[in-house]
Design a protein around this ligand. Structure first.
Ligand code: FES
Length: 555
């Protein structure tokens, strides 16, 4: 009866029985929308995927999914990553789907789609949106995000004017596609590639290259065979593929956001990972990809240099070459013809972009469950620092007081933002690269130690300690810090401490009361109740790996 009704309704759309009967039904989960500029080309890419599906004998159906355009969503797309993950999982569960191509790329769409698909465990391929073309302003390479911040500081310092800013606006994000720097999108799509969930090397293809729609079509063709082979994420993902992703991430100088998303994706798959694994990978594998913000090239240069497969040829002694990917073959097969064509963009191991690691995980009495910093994009002189805390309670307080002339601050101080974590903000926005006081920028100061329970855009830079866990809103020690307390940052020894005696900390804790929750209803209330802390991946506690969800009953 149910199948009869399905066939009836497909014919209602003008399809002949022969066009869908006996063919695998392939969902194309598309995160296109008019407010996701990085995904502006994904409608055409869905058509390319369909071509491939039809050619291989499948039946493609396109299903729109939450688009999450990074810059357009308030307060942050991170608030909605888990909603996309739930949507992706349930779209695949509720419909008669045999396999899926997941199209996305802008920061949260990659991890969100993968988290949902891993939980559903149907055959899937991730089709990455691809990076936008290189930008240039007055002969200088301009990277999305990185130069937005750089030029904004120069503007605030009075070094460039409004007309310059209008010009920069028009040239720095030059085409559809994800940020062309090693921001979160490039980091996460490369990680998904390294996990084996894209066609090998697909993540590096620029969005506007003719190779990109060809790759999308190939995704459509391959997913049909994956259905017949029952090649599901649970067969592809392993501790070995996770190790590959960790080393690729740090060799890229990847975004600190990977510390949240990779943990969340791996935990969905039931794989063992914690922040120490990231720290260990970064101690062993230096930054080899010479891309902003750690380097000075862009994603288009990286593609021509050999892309993520070229990078992996530098790391073979660290990788699990037997790890499977969506082709059904191994990483060893995928690397057989890979090479590096530009040693300056993809450096050899003995000539890294920087000796500073891509990420360091800190603990101490200010971050008992961990915090992260990106030493490769920080000021070396500030990686060991002692300074007086200037504490701000939330972003509004920060904006209000930062440039107040009565604020007693100099460049040795430590800017601290709390109330910006997963529960407190909520959604852990990318506020962690705190702006510096205008007066100090005018003096030529371009970096200070900054600490928060927020995240930072992967495109940004600076000596920013992020993801402090537990966050202040749930009673983490950050909540007990006061302006004037001394803070010691010691990245070489992976420590972050406040120089406040234990008895005084205990006194402050006894006097601390949790802030009231400001959301009583709706999705945000659900989010605040169930989101886990940064070191656990900020997934919902009820969505992490567990017993499989039973298939819905059908009549
Ligand atoms: Fe979409 Fe950066 S804003 S990838």
């Amino acid at each position: 009866m149910r199948a009869f009704a399905h066939r009836q309704r497909m014919q209602q759309m003008g399809l002949r029985r022969e066009e869908f009967m006996g063919r695998p039904v392939i969902a194309i989960l598309n995160t296109w929308s008019d407010l996701s500029p990085c995904h502006a080309h994904l409608r055409e890419r869905a058509d390319a995927v369909k071509r491939g599906v039809l050619r291989a004998g499948g039946f493609p159906v396109e299903l729109p999914a939450l688009s999450l355009g990074e810059v357009m969503v308030k307060p942050t797309t991170m608030l909605y990553r888990n909603l996309l993950a739930m949507e992706a999982e349930e779209l695949l569960r509720q419909h008669p789907i045999d396999g899926a191509v997941l199209i996305g790329g802008c920061d949260k769409t990659g991890p969100g789609l993968i988290m949902g698909a891993v939980s559903m465990d149907l055959p899937v391929i991730f089709c990455p949106a691809g990076p936008m073309l290189n930008g240039r302003w007055r002969g200088t390479k301009v990277g999305a995000g990185t130069h937005t911040r750089k030029y904004w500081d120069e503007y605030r310092a009075g070094h460039i004017g409004e007309r310059d800013m209008v010009e920069i606006e028009g040239v720095s994000t030059r085409s559809p596609g994800t940020c062309n720097t090693m921001g979160t999108a490039s980091t996460m799509t490369s990680i998904i590639d390294a996990l084996g969930l894209t066609l090998p090397g697909a993540s590096s293809i620029p969005a506007m290259d003719a190779a990109h729609p060809r790759m999308a079509s190939a995704c459509g063709e391959r997913i049909v065979d994956m259905v017949w082979e029952d090649l599901k994420p649970s067969r592809i993902l392993s501790q070995g593929s996770l190790r590959n992703a960790l080393h690729v991430d740090v060799a890229l100088g990847g975004s600190t956001n990977a510390a949240v998303h990779l943990v969340a994706m791996a935990r969905r798959a039931g794989l063992a990972i914690d922040l120490d694994d990231l720290d260990a990978a970064a101690r062993r594998t230096p930054v080899l990809a010479n891309i902003f913000p750690a380097g000075d090239a862009l994603m288009e240069d990286f593609y021509f240099a050999g892309g993520v497969l070229g990078l992996m040829t530098r790391l073979t002694d660290r990788l699990d070459l037997d790890a499977l990917n969506v082709t059904g073959g191994t990483l060893r097969d995928a690397l057989a013809r890979a090479r590096v064509d530009d040693d300056d963009v993809i450096r050899p191991l003995d000539r890294p972009v920087t000796t500073a690691p891509a990420i360091a995980v800190l603990t101490g009495n200010l971050a008992p469950d961990g915090a992260v910093i990106k030493p490769s994009a920080a000021s070396p002189a500030l990686l060991t620092h002692r300074g007086r805390a200037i504490v701000f309670d939330g972003h509004a307080d920060f904006n209000k007081r930062l440039d107040d002339p009565s604020l007693d601050i100099d460049e040795t101080c430590v800017l601290v933002l709390r109330g910006a974590g997963p529960v407190g903000a909520p959604g852990m926005p990318e506020w962690g690269a705190l702006a510096l006081p205008k007066a100090l920028i005018r003096k030529g100061v371009r970096d200070m130690v900054r600490i928060s329970d927020a995240r930072m855009s992967g495109t940004h830079y600076g000596t920013c300690v992020l993801h402090v866990a537990p966050e202040s809103h749930v009673g983490g020690p950050l909540a007990l810090l006061r302006t004037g307390d001394e803070i010691v940052l010691d990245v070489p020894n992976r420590r972050l401490d406040m120089l406040v005696p234990d008895e005084e900390i205990a006194r402050r804790r006894a006097a601390w009361t949790p802030p009231p929750s400001n959301y009583a209803r709706g999705y945000t209330a659900l989010f605040q109740r169930h989101v886990t802390q940064a070191d656990k991946g900020c997934d919902f506690d009820f969505l992490e790996a567990g017993a499989p969800t039973p298939e819905p009953d059908i009549y």
